[in-house]
Design a protein around this ligand. Structure first.
Ligand code: NDP
Length: 285
C-alpha cells in the first residue's frame, strides 16, 4: 500500500475533544445544547444509527433524547410531534431518522423541521443556502468529507473532482461543497456511459454508489485522492466500501478506509451542527 490513510475515526476523536471543551464553555454561559432524534418503527439499522448518535452526543456533553414512535403513526401525528419540537426552547437540533415507513412522505417531514433546527441539513432552505455558498447546516456526510480533505491540507481549488453517485444526501451535496471550494466537478451515476474515462481524470474521486468494491484500480488515476463513502455488509458480516481498497491503495495518494473512514465523521458533523444550532438559536457567535 502506497497511499496515505485518512483515518476518520482518529479525526473524529480529535474533533470530539474540541467540541467537548466548547460544550463546557457553552454550559457555563447557561446554554445546554440538546439534540432530539425521532425514530419511527423498528428498523434494526435505524435503531443502531440512532443509538450511535445518542452515544456520540453524550461523549461531548450534548444532551439528547430519542423519541421512539410506532411504525403505524400517521404523517399528521408525526408532523405534530415535529411542530412541538420546533416550538420547544430546550431543543436545538431535530433529526428524523430516515427511511420512514411508506405511508409517510419523507419530504413533508423534512420540510416541517424548522430550518434553524435542521441539523441534518436536508431542509430545502438549508440546501439552497449551501448552493449559494452561505453559512448554513451542511449535510453531515459531505461536511465530513470536506473536513477530512482539509485535515490533510489536500488542495481542492482548481482540482478535478469526480463524484460517483447523485443521491440527495451524499453525491449531490458533496459535489456542491467541492464546487464551493473551487474544484471543477463532474457527476457520474448509473446512466453515465463513459465512467472509467471520467474517473481516471479525477484528482479527487468520491465514490458513493452502495455496491461492494466495484471501483478497482483501473478506475483511478495514479496519485488521486480517493474517498470511499460506501458501507456494504458482506455475507460474513464484515463491512466493506465501494472501493477495492487492496488494489486502489497502491495507486492513490490518499484513501479513506471502510470502516474507520467517512462513517465516523458523519456522526461527528451532526454534533458540530447541533452545537451550531444551539449557538444560533441563543444568538452566540
Ligand atoms: P443511493 O442508492 O441513494 O445512490 C447511489 C448512487 O450511485 C445513485 O446516484 C446511482 O445512480 C449510483 N450508482 C449505482 N450504481 C452505479 C454504477 N454501477 N455506476 C455508477 N453509479 C452508480 O445511495 P447513497 O448515496 O445514500 O449511499 C451510497 C453509499 O454510501 C451506500 O453504501 C451507503 O450505505 C453509504 N453511505 C454512507 C454514509 C456514511 O456515513 N459513510 C452515509 C450515507 C450513505 P442513479 O442515480 O442513476 O440511480
Amino acid at each position: 500500500m502506497t497511499a496515505k490513510l485518512i483515518n476518520g475515526k482518529e479525526l473524529s476523536k480529535e474533533l470530539k475533544q474540541e467540541m467537548k471543551k466548547e460544550v463546557l464553555d457553552l454550559k457555563e454561559k447557561g446554554l445546554n445544547p440538546h439534540l432530539t432524534v425521532i425514530l419511527v418503527g423498528d428498523n434494526p439499522a435505524s435503531k443502531s444509527y440512532v443509538s450511535g448518535k445518542k452515544k456520540a452526543s453524550q461523549e461531548v456533553g450534548i444532551s439528547s433524547e430519542i423519541i421512539h414512535l410506532e411504525e403505524s403513526i400517521s404523517e399528521k401525528e408525526l408532523l405534530e410531534v415535529i411542530h412541538k419540537l420546533n416550538d420547544d426552547k430546550r431543543v436545538h437540533g431535530i433529526l428524523v431518522q430516515l427511511p420512514l415507513p411508506d405511508h409517510i412522505v419523507e419530504q413533508h417531514v423534512i420540510e416541517a423541521i424548522r430550518p434553524e433546527k435542521d441539523v441534518d441539513g436536508f431542509h430545502p432552505v438549508n440546501i439552497g443556502r449551501m448552493m449559494t455558498n452561505q453559512d448554513t447546516f451542511l449535510p453531515c456526510t459531505p461536511y465530513g468529507i470536506i473536513t477530512m480533505l482539509k485535515s490533510k491540507q489536500i488542495s481542492i481549488a482548481g482540482k478535478h473532482a469526480v463524484i460517483i453517485g447523485r443521491s440527495n444526501i451524499v453525491g449531490k451535496p458533496v459535489g456542491q461543497l467541492l464546487l464551493n471550494e473551487h474544484s471543477t466537478v463532474t457527476y457520474c451515476h448509473s446512466r453515465t456511459e463513459n465512467l472509467k474515462e471520467l474517473t481516471t481524470q479525477a484528482d479527487i474521486l468520491v465514490v458513493a454508489i452502495g455496491k461492494p468494491r466495484v471501483i478497482t484500480s483501473d478506475y483511478v488515476k495514479k496519485g488521486a485522492v480517493v474517498i470511499d463513502v460506501g458501507i456494504n455488509r458482506l455475507e460474513d458480516g464484515s463491512l466493506t466500501g465501494d472501493v477495492d481498497f487492496e488494489s486502489v491503495s497502491d495507486k492513490a495518494s490518499y484513501i479513506t478506509p471502510v470502516p474507520r473512514g467517512v462513517g465516523p465523521m458523519t456522526i461527528t458533523m451532526l454534533l458540530k451542527n447541533t452545537i451550531k444550532a444551539a449557538k444560533g438559536l441563543a444568538h452566540i457567535d
